[in-house]
Design a protein around this ligand. Sequence first.
Ligand code: SF4
Ligand code: FES
Length: 249
Amino acid sequence: MKLTLKIWRQKNSNDKGGIQTYPIDNVSEHMSFLEMMDVLNEQLIVQGTDPIAFDHDCREGICGMCSMYINGEAHGPDRGVTTCQLHMRKFNDGDTIYIEPFRAKGFPVIKDLVVDRTAFDRIQHAGGFVSVNTSGNTQDANAIPIPKDDADKAFDAATCIGCGACVASCKNASAMLFVSAKVSQFSLLPQGKVEAKRRVLNMVEQMDKEGFGNCTNTGACEVECPKGISLENIARMNREYLKASLASD
Ligand code: SF4
Ligand code: FES
């Protein structure tokens, strides 16, 4: 395939940045999107041009690093996949593809397509953990019966990889889907009940401090989430938040 790539270039966080055009040919439909970017970068290096900075790590849909906005969609046109799992067969010969960083106040651009997502780490640090002692004296898992439905929902919530596509897709740059997945994965399980009130209050407070917007139930986050995290989690987090606020008064 022959493609025209229109890619956001930005030297650093202070640079204004802009779109630049890169033609590329010999792209195989079997390449992943990141492999196609690798080929382009090899060409740029040979030409003596600064390669395009983009985040990636596992290239298996696990780490959540490969944040790219492709033709106006977080992780591109496919559903239920990250950019590293997107294949070039989703595009046609002669296509023009726009590639931009995730954009949100809480995710400032560091360089080109790389954004700073440490805001998510700080939200996690505010409460996304349990303080159960798991060192050497663990209880047998079967000793704590958990309804199957709760276990399934907690597991589904725990599949969030913290990629930030929900924020990038939301017109308000809201992080509610991410935070609600992290709150839900614990609130549904007995081990998470101990710190439940503190957790939801602290995580929501940190989310607001980081400059993410509010949820207005548009649902774009759920559509673009590569892990299919459900909006149900936001409803659960709101209930948890209300319960915790009333209890702490
Ligand atoms: S909720 Fe989905 S889109 Fe948002 S960070 Fe988690 S995996 Fe990514
Ligand atoms: S590189 Fe890890 S999810 Fe894409």
